[in-house]
Write a protein that binds this ligand. Sequence first.
Ligand code: 13P
Ligand code: SF4
Length: 331
Amino acid sequence: MNKEQALKSLHEKGYLDIPIDKNIDLIAEINRLRKEKNVVILAHYYQVAEIQDLADFVGDSLALAQKAAKTEADMILFAGVHFMAETAKILNPDKKVLLPDLLAGCSLAESAPKEEFETFKKEHPDHIVISYVNTSADIKALTDIVCTSSNAEKIVNSIPKNQKIIFAPDRNLGSYLIKKTGRDMLLWNGACTVHEEFSLEKIKALQKQYPKAKFIAHPESRDYILDLADYIGSTSGLLNYVKNSDAQEFIVATESGILHKMTQIAPDKTLIPAPPVDDDNACACTECPYMKRNTLEKIYLALKYELPEVKVEKELAEKALVSIQRMLELS
Ligand code: 13P
Ligand code: SF4
């Protein structure tokens, strides 16, 4: 395949669809390329185990943004989804940021299109905007402070009591924050299609089967799921809870990629993934189809050809940076 064909595949499929020699040792090649090009590989907890294991750093959305803000590498390869790589690019305008598959999107980010959000904001001129990091650069540029699930409560609480707030785009995290902070926020109607899928009936059945298990959930889940939870937290919050709790069994309501790190951190504990309503997959667990678009093959090709690259137009990046930096200062 020549370069023109490779670029055509990138345009059509979102990733470089180039045949790879079957005899190649992918991990060894990835290690050679990352060293040669001084690349930092950042991976989210929802990546498959083999990608987490080769990353320089594995973390939640906040920790990954903090790492990206401080990196001294020449290039960043983001094994996560588009909004994460875009945030890394906004924080590092002069560095190449690679995302192995440009179609690694996010239902939450997609639920807030720029024009509709701009109109909504204009309809409420006396409100400030707090946006979850799972948004496009366009939305971040219309936002006063970005937050992640790790720091959302702190950020909402940092706003003076008499200041009206729009919270976007996750209605589930927004409702949870309203309960936690007592603030009457105006919510955008977006959701994570992965965390919305947990089955109440199946979780209740698991609780009967494992009466001593703690049920822990990510706040992107629906309120009737969160109502059952012994602990609610971001991916790193859930990990720490499992590590520090005296309990031995946990029913875990978040994307199943987290189980890899949880098993490494707490090998003696029993982890039961919370099942989605429609659980015809082998693991009876929940997987984010966007996060799972990344593969070792795509990472190898991205490092080799330095493509696909995430780019953000300069003026937009400068506007979006303000709301991201406010979050980092408060975190
Ligand atoms: P955190 O990593 O911030 O917990 O977010 C979870 C998530 O859904 C990322 O897309
Ligand atoms: Fe987006 Fe949900 Fe996937 Fe996270 S798990 S990337 S919020 S769709």
